[in-house]
Design a protein around this ligand. Structure first.
Ligand code: PEP
Ligand code: MG
Length: 875
């Protein structure tokens, strides 16, 4: 029979699949000799059995539980339900992957009308005993019977208001007793049954409820968002209670061994005196900084600091630690790898390497592609910020900048997002029910709660900007408005949040897209030590090329020359070239364009300084450059001194029914060789200028839209002749290459033939996907979502490679190409070149590089390193 319950002494940190993260770490800490309250863990296997048997606790589990409760009673010298010395426990969920706040917890279980008296006597603290009891009733009712918490909160608020008690701790025992009575009445009315007095019955109901909470709506959403499989199930930890609400020498808190927002290597945390854990996490009272504990209880503080560094050194990662002090004695209730912002993730990984705790290879796995994406998220533009209208500030709970329309309810945010709005969610405090609204917002603002409140923890995990505990603002969720003195901000008004400083601004502020710290640069530089796949960028303006170089590309993978033609100053020459009646006329226009293109290439080659630059010859159908509106047509006719009627006729001749399959790419180079000759000339003459100036230059000339070797040869021979003539004239050598895009299925199937002539391949997955799937790359998003929702496709194939279809064609082309030329340089320059899952595929195929837009380069570089590191573990 499989063991379903493990005492803490029997587990270890490597057993998280079975014991959940929390259970495994409680076991590990127990075995490290740390002050962990005794207890045991019900396994995730027991949870899976619970679901398999129609949500029933199995007889085997019941037997084991009976045995372990008895053992715990002996160990603690306390018994369940004992009227003199009662055992009280906490019941907490603990899944394999951390899901903060998503599932349920019950504290103080074991209290009833008799044990509460015993607890009061044993602690000589009646107030404490009844406070614990009323909390237990509320939590039990909420978690097990789903009685709304507000019903209890209302009674609590009533008693406080009636007696002028400012905070919960002001409520005396006599009133807490009354509250207990009122709470039980609520339970009775809501559930039509008496509150269960028998501790073992309480325990079994609680275990069932925690198992059931695995399947609650918010946990499901969280799992979906974080790719956590549904079948894992949760463990349940039963642990003897220690109390942080036993008076002035008791307290409870949460601390991170490093700052989870910035990564700074300094203990960061909060605590509340005379309180239980939920008070800190729920953000109901605003806690004190952990540094203050040093003044209040120096011994406890010193011991705690020692334990935090022991745990970090043991787990080799930043830890998030929950602790309780019971009448001056410290207990550790939980440790786990702490959630952190993207910035913190990178800084911590770099610092841990520098502190020699982990290797660079390990550091590569500590940062996710998502986090790199987040770090590239915008901050506010400095100038914009200077002019912004600051209202007030709260706690900088999660960095980043967000400017958007404010909404007060999760549903409203979801609806506004669907309308295409950027939203800020403002709440008194968030709770797990708000999760969908949080996901859909650009930033979160709360007026209550601290740095470890629900809003703060969840926002940091999601990389969302968050300002918590902004208590100077009055957030009225019912009226849907925020007020601050005379200022009233209504639903739909713009506000801006700076999660790094905690500042709240009125109105919209523009973003700055370029802010990253030193750790980021250091971390990114390490990726090259591991990756086999090089990362290039698709870039055609000096600014984009500079950004790409800044992010550490090995070259430019695609320079779309047509982008250089759309410029306002150039379009007229382009139009003259297209509409020319004779070769002579066309040549005149081309001569003008030649000078412009040379200017472009000289700039690019100067910035790239010897890195390969892949320049693609003109690709789109020519009519894309021509005017569309009546006004534009009239103007062009006038400028060209031709009649509008004649121009319209020419436009009609050039228009196509299926332009994406029409007269474009190399087909233009076949009809109008002089266009490609001009481009080749511009490239090589610029390269000569650069080389003569002492800068290295490595142009790759790429012919687009090739479907056959003959097509390729025709174009290649033409431009090669142009180039060689120039080089001969100048008596100079330039290390240039001519190759092709592979973006037509036929090119994949005849890649061996093409490879005989081409010096490199670059897969244009945008067109290749369009032609393989037969989906228009410009319109398919209108229906692709239906395909995804109905399970027909897993992803949009224009975002993540269609491995089975397009991937197979790429694989065939690589094999055929490399049979002819084993060292053939092969890259990818379509959109999927920056997609993590696709990058893994390209790495496994042994491609030379991927090329993507400059802002996707850091993600691509990290993934390229990670997949190379992962390689030995496959098989
Ligand atoms: C492609 O087709 O994948 C490609 C990179 O070229 P373009 O997007 O310019 O057609
Ligand atoms: Mg293309």
């Amino acid at each position: 029979m499989e063991k379903l319950v493990y005492r803490f002494q029997e587990g270890s940190k490597d057993m998280s699949i079975l014991l959940g993260g929390k259970g495994a770490n409680l076991a590990e800490m127990t075995n490290l000799g740390l002050p962990v309250p005794s207890g045991f863990t019900i396994t995730t296997e027991a949870c899976r059995q619970f679901y398999q048997t129609g949500k029933k606790l199995s007889d085997d589990l019941l037997k084991e539980l009976e045995k372990e409760i008895a053992a715990l009673e002996v160990q603690m010298g306390k018994n369940f339900g004992d009227v003199k010395n009662p055992l009280l426990v906490s019941v907490r969920s603990g899944s394999v992957f951390s899901m903060p706040g998503m599932m349920d917890t019950i504290l103080n279980l074991g209290l009833n009308n008799k044990t509460v008296v015993a607890l009061a006597e044993a602690t000589q603290n009646e107030r404490f005993a009844y406070d614990s009891y009323r909390r237990f009733i509320q939590m039990f009712s909420d978690v097990v019977m789903h009685v709304p918490r507000e019903k209890f909160e209302k009674k609590l608020e009533q008693i406080k208001a009636k007696n002028n008690y400012k905070i919960d701790a002001d409520i005396p025992a006599s009133d807490l007793k009354k509250l207990v009575q009122q709470y039980k009445e609520i339970y009775q009315t809501e559930t039509q049954s008496d509150f269960p007095e028998e501790p073992k019955q309480q325990l079994l109901l609680a275990v069932e409820a925690v198992f059931s909470s695995w399947d609650n709506a918010r946990a499901k959403v969280y799992r979906q968002l974080n790719d956590i499989p549904d079948h894992l199930g949760t463990a349940v930890n039963i642990q003897s209670m220690v109390f942080g609400n036993m008076g002035d020498t008791s307290g409870t808190g949460v601390a991170f061994t490093r700052n989870p927002s910035t990564g700074e290597a300094k203990l960061f945390g909060e605590f509340l005196m005379n309180a239980q854990g939920e008070d800190v996490v729920a953000g109901i009272r605003t806690p004190e900084s952990i540094d203050k504990l040093r003044n209040i209880m120096p011994h406890v503080y010193d011991e705690f600091v020692k334990i935090t560094s022991l745990l970090e050194n043991h787990y080799l990662d930043m830890q998030d630690i929950e602790f309780t002090v019971e009448t001056g004695k410290l207990f550790i209730l939980q440790t786990r790898n702490g959630k952190r912002t993207a910035q913190a993730s990178i800084k911590i990984a770099v610092d841990l390497v520098e502190e020699k705790l982990i290797t660079k290879k390990q550091a590569m796995r500590r940062v996710s592609a998502k986090q790199i994406e987040q770090i590239l998220h915008p901050t506010f533009d400095v100038q914009g910020l200077k002019q912004a209208n600051l209202i007030t500030s709260g706690l900088p709970a999660s960095p980043g900048a967000a400017s958007g329309k404010v909404y007060f309810h999760a549903d409203d945010v979801v609806a506004a997002k669907k309308r295409g709005e950027t939203c800020i969610l403002a709440r008194l405090e968030t709770s797990p029910e708000d999760i969908e609204g949080m996901v859909s917002s650009a930033g979160i603002l709360t007026s209550r709660g601290g740095m470890t409140s629900h809003a703060a923890v969840v926002a940091r995990g999601m990389g969302l900007c968050c300002i918590a505990g902004c208590s100077t603002l009055t957030i009225d969720e019912k009226k849907k408005e925020i007020s601050y003195g005379d200022i009233v901000i209504k639903e739909g008004d713009y506000i801006s949040l700076d999660g790094g400083t905690g500042k709240v601004y009125l109105g919209e502020i523009p973003y700055d897209h370029n802010s990253m710290g030193d750790s980021f640069k250091e971390f990114m530089s390490w990726t090259d030590e591991f990756s086999k796949l090089e990362v290039r960028a698709n870039a055609d303006t000096p600014k984009d090329v500079q950004t790409a170089i800044h992010f550490g590309v090995t070259g430019i993978g695609l320079c779309r020359t047509e982008h250089m033609f759309f410029n306002e100053n150039r379009i007229f020459a382009v139009r003259q070239m297209i509409l020319a009646e004779s070769i002579d006329e066309r040549q005149k226009a081309l001569d003008q364009l030649l000078l412009m293109q040379k200017e472009d290439f000289i700039q690019l080659f100067t910035i790239t300084a010897g890195k390969p630059v892949n320049i693609r010859l003109l690709d789109p159908p020519l009519h894309e450059f021509l005017p569309k509106t009546e006004d534009e047509i009239n103007k062009l006719a006038e400028d060209l001194s031709i009649s509008t009627f004649y121009l319209k006729q020419r436009l009609h001749e050039l228009s196509e029914v299926n332009p994406m399959l029409g007269h474009r790419g190399c087909r233009l180079g076949i009809t109008y060789p002089e266009i490609y000759n001009m481009q080749a000339k511009a490239i090589i003459e610029s390269a000569i200028v650069i080389q003569k100036s002492g800068i290295e230059v490595a142009p790759e000339i790429m012919i687009p839209f090739i479907g056959s070797q003959k097509e390729y040869n025709y174009v290649k021979d033409n431009i090669a002749k142009t180039i060689e003539d120039i080089l001969q004239q100048e008596n100079i050598q330039i290390g240039y290459q001519i190759g092709t895009m592979i973006e037509i299925p036929r090119a994949c199937l005849t890649a061996d033939e093409i490879a005989k002539e081409a010096e490199f391949f670059s897969f244009g997955t945008n067109d290749l996907t369009q032609m393989t799937y037969g989906f228009s790359r410009d319109d398919s998003e209108k229906f692709s979502w239906d395909y995804i929702e109905k399970g027909i496709m897993k992803n949009d194939p224009f975002q993540t490679l269609d491995f089975d279809g397009v991937g197979e064609l790429i694989s065939i082309a690589c094999k055929k190409g490399r049979v002819v030329k084993p060292a053939l340089k092969i890259g990818v320059c379509g959109e999927v070149g920056g997609d993590p899952a696709s990058i893994r595929f390209f790495h496994e195929l042994g491609l030379s590089y991927v090329s993507c837009s400059p802002y996707r380069v850091p993600v691509a570089k990290l993934v390229a390193a990670q997949v190379a590191i992962d390689e030995p573990f496959k098989k």
